[in-house]
Design a protein around this ligand. Structure first.
Ligand code: SAM
Length: 278
């Protein structure tokens, strides 16, 4: 069993504390994640459209594998490949590695921004809705470039500016604290990709909207997913009754016939590492 990434230390840096909170929150949600993961499944299916043809004995990394849904999809698409699922959350990895359908996969605990692999290990790195939890997309791309073999592929989805803007706006009618994570603009993400050592094959944005009967349903779903860590804020439980009332009022201007919308701005990327480097 891999050792904890976060041994108790009194002087953990803020960035490490955030990652510890992200890992713990996802870990607690491992058993409820799959039933709540409507957006994640929809997005991953679109991200998979960018998957390349690979040779029979390929080596693949699923980065931020969570419960292993996409590790499973990768195994179906590339049945003879050697597949590794990596996640920062021990709870998620425990859940994924108990799936008998994934018995032949390898599992690694680790941080996407410090990948625990040798250089030129993988033919394909896939990642769906995980890298938005990282501190710096440029570092993610540098790490992916390092572990990809020449000629390898990076296929991913992540979030960009404007995701959950309705919830963010509704919270502003409650207080001025950060309650919703913010994401880099598509222009900035494109610049980071262009500045990386990987070649951009495609990079596009698409909106995904889910609808909820009440704000409480949305907040509960985020908790069930483990996606409720607000990076700039200390964790607290679900809001109390008076806060929820104000939050619902603040959400009302967005209400539609289908319910309360929660929109996500999703970026889909396909990047390639040159076959022969200078
Ligand atoms: C929304 S889930 C997505 C899981 C899976 N890819 C899917 O599509 O269902 C995000 C996952 O990324 C993991 N994660 C977050 N930050 C990470 C990091 N810095 N390094 C590795 N994994 C990370 C979380 O623990 C969580 O399991």
């Amino acid at each position: 069993m891999p050792v904890s990434l976060f041994p108790e230390a009194p002087d953990v840096l803020p960035a490490r504390q955030n990652k510890r909170r992200i890992a713990e929150t996802f870990g607690k949600a491992a058993s409820t994640y799959d039933a709540a993961a409507t957006l994640q499944q929809r997005v991953a299916a679109r991200a998979r459209l960018g998957l390349p043809e690979l040779g029979a004995q390929s080596s693949i990394l699923d980065m931020g594998c969570g419960t292993g849904n996409e590790t499973h999809a990768l195994l179906s698409r590339y049945p003879n490949a050697d597949i590794t699922g990596l996640d920062i959350s021990q709870g998620m990895l425990d859940f994924a590695s108990e799936n008998p359908a994934l018995a032949n996969c390898h599992w690694a605990i680790g941080d996407i921004e410090e990948l625990p692999f040798e250089e030129e290990t993988f033919d394909l790195v896939f990642s769906s809705l995980a890298i938005q939890w990282c501190d710096c997309l440029s570092e993610v791309m540098a790490q992916v470039h390092r572990v990809l073999k020449p000629g390898g592929w990076f296929v991913y989805s992540t979030l960009t500016e404007g995701s959950l803007h309705e919830l963010s706006s509704a919270w502003q009618s409650v207080d001025d604290k950060p309650h919703v994570n913010t994401y880099e603009s598509l222009a900035r993400q494109k610049q980071r990709a262009a500045d990386s050592d990987l070649k951009v094959v495609s990079l596009r944005q698409q909106t995904e909207t889910l609808y909820y009967p009440t704000v409480t349903h949305l907040l509960r779903e985020m908790k069930a997913l483990g996606a409720n860590t607000v990076v700039e804020k200390q964790q607290k439980g679900l809001a109390g009754r008076s806060v929820l009332r104000k939050l619902s009022e603040g959400y009302k201007p967005f209400a539609t016939e289908k319910g309360l919308p929660a929109s996500y701005q999703v970026v889909y990327g396909v990047l390639h590492k040159a076959a022969y480097e200078n």
